[in-house]
Design a protein around this ligand. Structure first.
Ligand code: RB5
Length: 162
């Protein structure tokens, strides 16, 4: 269960007229449910994607389906969860326009927004507990890209896709 209680209506804090997507493989399914509970409690608009029942599925397929929602503009950001967070982040980063960050705490979730303009937050369902996970989601959704010198570096990342 998530230990973060909604302090006020957190939706009012979120820098979002945004919709997000949340997906996991079987190893991330339990944590996905915890995050969905937090999103509901905090009034965040989201779409849940595979897997839907915890049965075995392939994380690259989930990453592709979820990231396509960012690329086609259906959602602005996404959360992806597998067992370690590693496989699903590797897969997501193969997709042009995706900057997926595997995070383990609020600090990394904050700085990947500030400096990398990450559009996908990845985490490991077998690594990260629900309290830290929900804290990361809150920080990730509430932090804006800093731009400036970081824009140049993000542009250089994009140029690697060509
Ligand atoms: C599934 O067993 C596991 O390999 C997957 O969830 C992930 O951890 C891969 O990186």
């Amino acid at each position: 269960m998530c230990f973060l209680t909604p302090k006020r209506n957190a939706a009012a804090d979120l820098i979002m007229n945004e919709k997000i997507a949340v997906g996991s493989d079987h190893a991330g399914f339990g944590l996905k449910l915890e995050i969905i509970k937090w999103l509901k409690e905090n009034g965040v608009d989201f779409v849940e994607m595979g897997c839907m029942d915890g049965s075995s599925c392939d994380y690259p397929t989930v990453a592709e389906e979820v990231c396509k929602k960012i690329i086609d503009g259906t959602v602005s950001k996404a959360i992806l969860i597998c067992g370690t967070g590693i496989g699903i982040s590797i897969a997501a980063n193969k997709i042009k326009g995706i900057r997926a960050a595997l995070c383990t705490d609020a600090y990394t979730a904050k700085y990947t927004r500030l400096h990398n303009d990450a559009n996908v937050l990845c985490m490991g369902g077998r690594v990260t507990g629900p309290g830290v996970a929900c804290e990361m989601v809150e920080v990730f959704l509430n932090t804006e890209f800093e731009g400036g010198r970081h824009q140049r570096r993000v542009d250089l990342i994009s140029s690697l896709e060509k």
